[in-house]
Design a protein around this ligand. Structure first.
Ligand code: C2O
Length: 348
C-alpha cells in the first residue's frame, strides 16, 4: 500500500506567490516528542451539537466569539492559538508538507479524496480546542448553512466589525443581506431577484450533491497515494460548491482573493471553521441520502483509510489521525441539527 503519511519534519516553507501577506511559514510548532496515535473520545462524552449560525441565537454566537477571542489571546507559539490554527490550512494546502520518501513531491490535500476527511479532522480538533478554552465540553462550532434559503447570506455575527469573528479581508459587496451565488464567477454579479437566486442555488445543490455524485469515486475525488503527484482530481462538492463559496467570500480585488479565496490564507478568517462545518455536514448528508443505496458508496481502499495527518489536540499534544478514524461522527461525539435539506426536492 501507499498511504500518505504526514511527518512534521517534512514541512517546509512553501513556494507562495510573491504578493502574499505574512506569515510566510505555514509549518506548525515542532513537538517535544513523537506524535501519539489518535483515540476516539470516550462514548460517554457529551455530544457536541453543531447548529446553524442563522438560528443559533445570540448567546451561542457570543460563545463562539469568546472562543475565537480566547484563541487569539494565546501566545503565537501555542499550537492552539488562532494564529497556529489558521496556519494549518496553509500547511496542508500549499505543499508545505512534503511526502515522506519523496521530498520533491508535495502533500496538497485538495483536489483529491482527502478533501472531506482532512477538513473533518481539522474542524474536530479546532472545536475541541474551542470547547476546552470555554470550559464547555458540549460546545459545537456553529455552521454556515449556505445551502438552505435561510442560510444563504453571510452570517451577520461575523460581519460586525468590532467582533473577534470579523475579518476585513472579505468581499465588501457580499456583506449581508446579499444572497450567496453558488455559481459565482470571479467578480461577476448576477441580476437575479432574491427568489430567483434561491431557486438557482437549490438547483445547483441538487446537481452537485445528487446528479454529479452518483458514486464514491465521483463524490469524494480521485485517489492520491504516496509517490504520486498531488491534485489528481476533485469531487463536485469541492470543485463547484466549495471553491465557488471560498471565492465568493474572499476579496476579489486582492491578488489572492484573501482571506477565504486563497489556500494559504483561508484559515485566517474565523468564518472558515463555520464554513467548513457546513461542508462536513454535506458529507454526512450525502452519506445519509445514499445509505439505502445498493451501489457501493464507500471507499474501502486502505491507501485512503490508512493515510494519516497530524494535528495538535486540545491539550496541545501532537496527534496522528487516519482517515479511518474520522468516518463516524457519532463516535467523534458530534452531530448536526437545525436545518432540513430543501435542495433534495430541487431537481432541475
Ligand atoms: Cu482546505 Cu475550504 O479549503
Amino acid at each position: 500500500g501507499r498511504p500518505i503519511v504526514t511527518d512534521i519534519l517534512h514541512c517546509r516553507k512553501p513556494a507562495l506567490p510573491p504578493d502574499v501577506l505574512p506569515p510566510y511559514n505555514c509549518c506548525p510548532p515542532m513537538p517535544a516528542s513523537e506524535p501519539i496515535d489518535f483515540r476516539l473520545p470516550d462514548p460517554s462524552e457529551p455530544l457536541r451539537t453543531r447548529r446553524p449560525a442563522h438560528v443559533a441565537g445570540a448567546d451561542y454566537m457570543a460563545k463562539y466569539e469568546r472562543a475565537i477571542a480566547l484563541m487569539k489571546a494565546l501566545p503565537r507559539s501555542d499550537p492552539r492559538s488562532f494564529y497556529q490554527q489558521a496556519k494549518i490550512h496553509c500547511a496542508y494546502c500549499t505543499g508545505a508538507y512534503r511526502q515522506v520518501g519523496h521530498p520533491e513531491l508535495p502533500v496538497q490535500i485538495h483536489f483529491s479524496w482527502f478533501f472531506f476527511p482532512l477538513h473533518r479532522a481539522y474542524i474536530y480538533f479546532f472545536e475541541r480546542i474551542a470547547g476546552k478554552l470555554l470550559g464547555d465540553p458540549e460546545f459545537g462550532v456553529p455552521f454556515w448553512s449556505w445551502d438552505v434559503p435561510e442560510g444563504m447570506r453571510f452570517p451577520v455575527a461575523f460581519a460586525n466589525a468590532s467582533s473577534p469573528l470579523y475579518d476585513p479581508l472579505r468581499n465588501p459587496r457580499h456583506a449581508p443581506p446579499k444572497l450567496v451565488d453558488l455559481d459565482f464567477c470571479w467578480g461577476r454579479e448576477k441580476n437575479y431577484t432574491d427568489e430567483q437566486q434561491i431557486q438557482y442555488n437549490l438547483r445547483i445543490m441538487y446537481n452537485q450533491m445528487i446528479t454529479n455524485s452518483p458514486s464514491a469515486s465521483l463524490f469524494y475525488g480521485q485517489p492520491f497515494r504516496a509517490g504520486e503527484d498531488d491534485k489528481p482530481g476533485p469531487g463536485p462538492v469541492e470543485l463547484y460548491l466549495h471553491n465557488t463559496m471560498h471565492v465568493w467570500t474572499g476579496d476579489t480585488s486582492l491578488p489572492n482573493t484573501e482571506d477565504m479565496g486563497g489556500y494559504y490564507s483561508a484559515g485566517r478568517d474565523p468564518v472558515f471553521y463555520s464554513y467548513h462545518a457546513n461542508i462536513d455536514r454535506l458529507w454526512e448528508t450525502w452519506r445519509n441520502i445514499t445509505s439505502g443505496d445498493q451501489r457501493n458508496l464507500i471507499i474501502t481502499d486502505p491507501d485512503w483509510l490508512e493515510s494519516s495527518f497530524l494535528f495538535y489536540d486540545e491539550e496541545a499534544r501532537l496527534v496522528r489521525i487516519t482517515v479511518r478514524d474520522v468516518l463516524n461522527i457519532d463516535k467523534l461525539r458530534y452531530a448536526y441539527d437545525g436545518v432540513d435539506i430543501p435542495w433534495l426536492n430541487a431537481r432541475p
